[in-house]
Design a protein around this ligand. Sequence first.
Ligand code: M6R
Length: 606
Amino acid sequence: MCGIVGCILKDNEKAAPVLLECISKLEYRGYDSVGIATISDELNIKKGKGAIKEVNNELDLSDMPGNYGIAHTRWATHGKPSKENAHPQIDCSGKIAVVHNGIIRNYVTIRNELEKEGHVFKSQTDTEVIPHLIEKFMDKGLDLEKALRETIAILDGTYAIAAISVDEPNKIIATRKDSPLIVGVGDEQYFIASDAPAILDYTRTIFRPDEGDIVVLEPSGVTVKNKDDEIIEKEIFTIDWTPDMAEKGGYEYFMLKEINEQAEYIQNTLTQKENIEKIIEELEDINRICFVACGTSYHASLTGKYLIESLVGIPVDVILASEFKYSLNALNDKTLCIYISQSGETADTLDALKMAKPKSKTLGIVNVVGSAIATEADYVIYTHAGPEIGVAATKTYLCQLTAIYLFAALLSLKLAENNDDIDLTKTTDLLRQLDRVPEFIEEVLGQSDSIMKMAEKYKDKSDFFFIGRGYAYPIALEGALKLKEITYIHGEGYAAGELKHGPLALMDEGVPVVVVMPPGEDYDHTMSNLEEVKARNAEVIAVTTDDAEIKEDKADDIIGINPDVSEIIAPLVYIVPLQMFAYYVAIDKGCDPDKPRNLAKSVTVN
Ligand code: M6R
């Protein structure tokens, strides 16, 4: 995963400062090197290893001539982070520059052939074959656009590519396959970018090219040609995100801002009620639901299983997107597959959707409007969480959960019209409680001082366990994921009932165990697990109701939540202190919670 941008401005305007600003907004996609290329009379390139700020301090990236150019922020896949491997990559003549997000699987074969033909390579990247292929085809007399078309016919892999050439001034060409790319249409200024936050300061009018489309940006406008080389019109979207939504707004890190915004954004998701009702109207006859997702979105899906099976009684499976192909034979036209993804671009999830589409009904629950999963699925529910920049999912997770809660509740209401066996007591109770979730979250956010102290106390531990039963189990999994991804501390989420089947052997003096125990039918049972670990001298952090009667001999620390938060609604509230805990541990350990090592916001490779 990397971020790419390109822009073409009016004749007298300088592109480099704009490119620098835009690419800085994509740093969450990759942050090990950065580069910009512009064309004035010649190709100008500045690039280097390191975060954008560091490279800019050294090279002054905005000081480059030319009214158009391309830029890149890298998350290394092929070739370690270095100046040579940073993009833009160029051809032998030094006239063609390319930025690329994705992976070219057959690059070794292509490179060997090109080397035999005399091309000289300077990097270890898979990307470098692209400018050399374009060069080869332009040397044969093709123009830049046709050369790119010939090039992509040879590539096997995933890509969003933008290219410029000194021989065709005032033109940026771009294309994509299985990697995100948007085109921004401004006032006499045109953009391409991997994601919308890059260009929000310049335009909110965008479209998304389809696979194989070739986009040509010129000072006079944008042209798109499809695979058959025909000029086509694209559907234009207006993004309802404002530029300040993608700023830190006074917070030290995006993650903290995003945690604090959760109460507000949940309300946005709740406005999806009518859309969800319409979708449910059209979903006749489903007898099985499969959630398909990765990471945090997978944890949201697990909550969906508990909810739908309990409220509606339809069997629900939750499948990791990367394992989904093994379940294909069990799908049929009565199966609804629900793909959860904040980015809407996760390669594993998108591939699973494409595989299942011919056999089953498909619904995407997605944050990014017009993203690949949103476009590909039969139905889509947008979570409207605004842009999430921190790599660790927080507000998008709560908004996914909100969408799932609404879906489950509205599905049970619909099915109950013709099925007396569906008892709506839980649904009614759930809908009543959903309205109070923002208030419960605000109460938790008010506990930041005590959670900060707890983080300071536990920051040097090397292994954590998170346990819970029923609705609290996915909370435990998500709490552990948050901790490990931003603090690099090992955290393991377990169903509390599974402890005795293995992990109890690891319980020892001082091992921290976070016990998630909302009030409800599992409370007493989880309490007995708490006692089991305490008896082995583990250090217990109980996340439970603030009127719980847990004495100091049982829990070393307690995070108290409003007792009105019942277990069914707990996933929407109990995760918040665990997000905050992970955040403050990361800060105490000097880790950057927005940019965890080796991870990127949208995983467009599999
Ligand atoms: O964009 P998606 O929701 O499809 O992303 C799925 C996972 O890559 C993502 O949730 C990942 O686990 C996050 N880093 C979690 O914080």
